[in-house]
Design a protein around this ligand. Structure first.
Ligand code: ZN
Ligand code: ZN
Length: 284
């Protein structure tokens, strides 16, 4: 049983068929968080038993270090969360994400059976599962982010200025104009957004990814901000892959002149032609 919940880390996964049926693969940069058992890493072919909590109910699952054929010379380990196929947790997730489930199920039934490509949800139907760590390395908390949550968010952010919105997402100030249900949905999404940003700040040890500076060090402080590459007001995308960690100066400049982000070369191109390459990157 969980005593106190310390949601130190969160992984946000877009809902797909696998998640609704039997499990999900964890990205490489999350493996330090999920891949440990009793202070060491789970070895290839090994697994650990875990408990997933969804709305107060406990479900049994496993984290597996997938053991591939050695002849493929796989360099990185691959971790998966697995639960029993179409079992209790899968059916609970299908009920929460019933819109995604119906959409993918119908698409699967109506397509050529030889087509095994992954079915992506259309943007307006996208739903997510947030997986929070706890102080126990065998217990995790699941939180569904539903179409309805995203809809509320879409209405609330409409017409807002990106920089103010980002500042609002980082703070715990509550929107007094929102109703009770709306409020709960916003708190849920704000918490998720803040946690993803906080995880990234920790990853970069509070340094700006563009200039590498640690602002406030001499004062025993650190001032750093999370910026959404594709503006959150438009994209509603707070995945780690859409966030960068920047110092307040760079953040202000970005919002002032709106440079173009070149993801491949990992640099910003400013309207005056100046190109500035990131000095730090571990997650893009
Ligand atoms: Zn900077
Ligand atoms: Zn920003």
């Amino acid at each position: 049983m969980i005593k106190t919940i310390s949601d130190e880390y969160v992984y946000k996964k877009e809902v797909d068929w696998s998640l609704l049926m039997e499990g999900l693969t964890l990205p490489v940069d999350n493996q330090v968080v999920f891949g440990q058992i009793m202070g060491r890493f789970i070895q290839r072919g090994e697994s650990k038993d875990i408990t997933l909590y969804l709305e107060g109910k406990a479900y049994h699952a496993k984290i597996v270090n997938v053991n591939f054929d050695p002849k493929f010379k796989r360099k990185k380990d691959t971790y998966q969360i697995r639960y029993s196929k179409n079992g209790e947790l899968a059916r609970a997730l299908q009920a929460y994400f019933f819109k995604s489930f119906q959409f993918i199920k119908t698409t699967r039934e109506n397509r050529d059976p030889s087509d095994r490509s992954m079915i992506k949800l259309p943007d307006e139907y996208k739903e997510y599962l947030a997986i929070y760590t706890t102080e126990y390395d065998d217990s995790y908390i699941l939180e569904p982010i539903l179409v309805d949550d995203m809809q509320v968010l879409r209405e609330v952010v409409k017409g807002q200025k990106e920089r103010e919105l980002e500042a609002g997402l980082e703070s715990d100030i509550q929107d007094e104009t929102a109703g009770y249900d709306q409020m709960n949905q916003l708190i849920k999404i704000r918490k998720l957004n803040k946690k993803i940003g906080d995880n990234l700040k920790r990853l970069y040890q509070y340094r700006c990814q563009i200039c590498g500076r640690l602002i406030g060090e001499e004062y025993g402080s650190h001032v750093v901000e999370a910026h959404h590459i594709e503006y959150f007001v438009k994209s509603l995308n707070n995945d780690a892959s859409n966030q960068i960690i920047v110092c307040p100066n760079h953040h202000s400049i970005i919002h002032d002149v709106d440079p173009v982000f070149d993801r491949k070369r990992l640099l910003y191109i400013y309207p005056n032609g100046f190109e500035e390459k990131f000095v730090l990157n571990m997650h893009l």
